[in-house]
Design a protein around this ligand. Sequence first.
Ligand code: SF4
Length: 325
Amino acid sequence: MSTESLLSVRDVTVDYATGRGRLRAVDRVSFELGAGEALGLVGESGCGKSTLGRALLRLVPLAGGEVRWQGRDLARLRRDELRRLRADLQIVFQDPLASLDPRLTIGQSVAEPLEVHRPELGRTAVRERVGRMLARVGLGPELHNRYPHEFSGGQCQRVGIARAMILEPKLVVCDEPVSALDVSVQGQIVELLRELRRDHGTALVFISHNLAVVRRLCERVLVMYLGRTMEFAPSEEFYADPLHPYSRLLLDAVPVPDPRVERARPPLAAGEVASPFAPPSGCVFRTRCPVAVEACARDVPAFEAATGSRRVACLRWGDRVTARR
Ligand code: SF4
């Protein structure tokens, strides 16, 4: 993997206006991603990870901070410059059927990005490339003229991935791409992403609440809670020894194969789940943190350098108090 910085994310903040007032969905998130690297964005639903994924591609406006792509501030690009860049920046959505145009055959769906971004290619070249890519994702030529509603969820997701990869992008944001699929199909899609990534050198931002899947794909993990970053770490170190109490709770919630052990486990984290409209003072995780102390209600933990390249936002990370269930 190259260490050249492809994507630089600095203090990215995203607000939504809602009927109940302003909701800060992402709050000053920062990280770097090198060419060909894979980053897992993890956290429970509502933590802001999908909004952050969209902000990275300028699909939602920023309330603060910046996203730099190969050194260029995405927010400052003109419309035509951004349109050209879209060839390098792709997204795969959670709901594969909803993300495909029902009026297009799957062959037409996968051809569309080529027709938009590579108009110099003739019809034969487009057809050949589409055929190769669909074969790559396990869909034979007999399926090219079928429509999305004729496919299973797993097959539609393969089409979505083929569509995202057909331009050989430098970055693909995968937003919960396997969470709507059966476990066995999940495994096949993850394997496919691994292979495509290896063959094309594509960088991935893989958004998921499934830490077992993230472990198979990503070299780094960024943990979010109520829009803020809790921990950022190389996967190996994160899975072996999480520094943040929330990371520990997430890891302990990964299902175990033995149903008796699974049934005996308590829920993910006791305590009140804070409202994103009125986040707690001090550390936003404190209402669920099993090792919170008085200072946690008062002081906002800085997102600071910990060991090696790891960063963590916890007043007590140095005490190594990440509680096990
Ligand atoms: S700062 Fe306090 S409440 Fe927050 S995670 Fe650390 S120990 Fe828990």
